[in-house]
Structure formats: C-alpha cells, structure tokens
Design a protein around this ligand. Structure first.
Ligand SMILES: *Cc1c(COP(=O)(O)O)cnc(C)c1O
Length: 374
C-alpha cells in the first residue's frame, strides 16, 4: 500500500551522506565538540545568509528566545506580547526569562499575529513583542515595527520556522527575515527547514551590545574561562551540529525552492475543492513552507481518512496557546481568541518536504478529493 510520510529526514541525509559523514569525522578528529571552529564558521555563514552582523549558536531554538530576552534586559516584572497561535516554545521562553506572557489572537488569512489587536494589550509593563513567522510566512513586520516604535518596545522575531524567508518592508524593500526587529531567533530542530542532527538554535542580530550579552549569557556569563561577569546558562551549539548545519546551509535555498514547488502543486490541484481553505500568501512575503496548512471543519474525519489511505498528516497546532492547561493561570476563555480558538479545530498540515514527489502529491490530492466526494 502507498505510504506517504509527513517528512522524510533520511532521504535528505542520503543525498549528502558523504559530505555529512566526513564533516562529523572532522569534528571528532579536531575534538571541536562545543562551540569551536565549525560552529564559528556556521555562525558566519548563517548571519551572512540573513544579511545580519551577528549570529550566536546556542543549544536549541527555545533557549535562543529566552537568552535573547535576557540580552535585552527583559525579565521579572516585564510583560511580553506574543501570538496565540504558535508552538509552546515561544511563550514558554518568555516565562523562562522571568517575564509574563500576553497573548494576541491571529489573523484569519495568514494565521500570524494580528497587529490591530496588539495596542489593546500594551501596558506600562510591556517591554517587547514576539511575532512568530508561522509555518514559514513572515508576520506583518511593517505594522508591528510601527507599533513597537510608537511605544518604545523591542521586537524579537521568532524565526524558528522561517529560515531565509523574505519580506518586503515599506522602508527597506525586500530582505530576509530576522533583521527587521531588534533580534531574531532560529531553531535547527531536525524537522525544521534547516535541521541539525540533534538540538541546536541561533540568535541573529545587528545590535553589537545585544550580540555580546547573548553570547555571554549562553556561556555562563563568561568574560574568559573562569571570569564570569554575571550568571547565565549553559546553552551552546555542539561542534557536530555546527559542522552539519554549515553543509546543509549550502543546500537550503534549493530545498526551499523544492518546498515552493510542492506548495504550488498542492495549490493548483486543490483549488477546485470548495470544502478546504488553502494557505494564503501575502504579496509582501516569500513563504518558505515549513508547513503546508489547509483548513476544514471536517479535520478529524479527513485526517483519519488520509491515515487509512497511507498519507501521514499533522496538526499545527491542535490547542491554541491560551487554551492550554499550562496557561490556565492567565484565566482566559476561548472567546478571548476567537480566530485561534476556532481554527485549532480546522488546521491540517499536509506532507511537505523537498524530496516529496509529484506522484506522492497527486496521490494525496486524489485521496482528499475522494474523501469530499463521499
Ligand atoms: C521549533 C520552534 C521553536 C523551538 O525550537 P526548539 O529548537 O525545538 O527549541 C520555537 N518557536 C517555534 C515557532 C518553533 O516552531
């Protein structure tokens, strides 16, 4: 029977196996296990890929957010605004930094944070806004930056799902995400568009002071080996991950193009299925399709049907952040976030990865059409 995985990380490894195996062997040969020259090389190339001045490799994408907040001097007593529709890492890292999470509902088209609702959540304690470039599509940075400037707030772009995505800002024109705000954070979790072979993350910024503090905070607040200016954490990138990421970075643009082709095929083949809502792409952004998310009120039944036909799908995310037990203490009701609370029951993520074949796409579409014909 046909089996279509949601992602296939092994296929990608096999396509670059020799380079990867050699890189891993070199790290071991040079005993460059934590930080070290391979991480440094990757940091240089990754910041260049985003036209940014600094990149600091850290342990994972969740730490990247909390460390970046610490580098902005945000902590106990502060409030940070973020999107109701994201993975828990975004809000969790705000709490880890010591600050209070404030959620804002999502837009009905891109599902990114709704800028028109941000000002209503700003108080005298608000210090920053964290938009998430969700599923690979940039958030509305022009509107967010305008609000941030007006109220003197920092902006941290959670770019975990959006490596090298592009945005067309009114002032600066087209550019890679990550440098529109004050600082941005990335995840290299294996399933992300640029994935390591374990956990890894990065902080990217043009601000020298923030870069310096973030690098120190991630490495025990060190000035030198045993001279610590303040207490930080231990969250550094492994040499093996840095070496692997540096190789994969060369292929990233090509892989993103493949993801766009997959998305275009789905768009074309599914446009005449009135029961589903397809991903909306803003003309101001170049989507990198970490996920291809459709919506239907029949999500549960469709997911089950596709599963029976051998097509693996995902849900991103089945419970909007304010509705999670973890945030009961904020005492929200689902009605406070009408879009996020409704859409959580309708999202369905279809298989998408660079190596997905046209045949697999056509099979998936055929099964979706078969479901709605029943
Ligand atoms: C994956 C992800 C993170 C966290 O990254 P990890 O490397 O898994 O810690 C943060 N934010 C978003 C939106 C993510 O998708």
């Amino acid at each position: 029977m046909t089996q279509i995985p949601f992602v296939d990380l092994k296929l990608q490894y096999l396509s670059i196996r020799n380079e990867i195996d050699t890189a891993i062997a070199n790290v071991i040969r040079d005993t460059a296990f934590v930080n070290g020259k391979y991480v440094k090389l990757f940091e240089e190339n990754f910041s260049a890929a985003h036209n940014a001045k600094h990149c600091i490799g850290v342990g994972n994408g969740t730490d990247a957010i909390s460390i970046a907040l610490k580098a902005l001097d945000i902590g106990v007593g502060d409030e940070v605004i973020t999107a109701a529709n994201s993975f828990i890492a975004t809000s969790e890292a705000i709490t880890t930094a010591g600050a209070r999470v404030v959620f804002v509902d999502c837009l009905p088209d891109t599902y990114n944070i709704d800028p028109s609702l941000i000002e209503g959540k700003i108080t005298s304690l608000t210090k920053a806004i964290i938009p998430v470039h969700l599923y690979g599509q940039p958030a509305d940075m022009d509107s967010i930056m305008e609000i941030a400037k007006k109220h003197g707030l920092y902006v941290l772009e959670d770019s975990a799902q959006s490596h090298i995505a592009e945005y067309n800002s009114e002032n600066e024109g087209w550019g890679k995400i990550g440098v529109f705000g004050d600082v941005s954070t990335f995840s290299f979790y294996p399933g992300k568009n640029l994935g390591a072979y374990g956990d890894a993350g990065a902080i990217v910024t043009n601000n020298d002071k923030v870069a310096k503090k973030a690098r120190m905070f991630a490495n025990h607040g060190r000035v030198s080996k045993y001279d610590h200016e303040f207490e930080g954490v231990n969250s550094r990138m492994d040499g093996i991950q840095g070496a692997i990421l540096d190789i994969k970075l060369k292929y990233l643009a090509g892989w993103v193009e493949k993801r766009r082709e997959v998305a275009n095929h789905y768009d074309k083949l599914l446009k005449d299925v009135p029961e589903i809502i397809l991903p909306f792409v803003n003309t101001k952004s170049k989507h990198v399709y970490h996920l291809y998310v459709i919506r239907t009120p029949q999500r549960v039944a469709l997911k089950t049907f596709l599963g029976e036909k051998g097509v693996s799908t995902g849900v991103h995310y089945p419970i909007a952040l304010p509705n999670l037990s973890a945030y009961k203490y904020l005492e929200h009701s689902p009605d406070d976030f009408p879009n996020a609370s409704k859409f959580q029951n309708e999202y369905l993520s279809l298989p998408i990865f660079p190596e997905l074949t046209l045949e697999q796409i056509e099979y998936t579409v055929k099964m979706i059409k078969e479901f709605f014909k029943k």
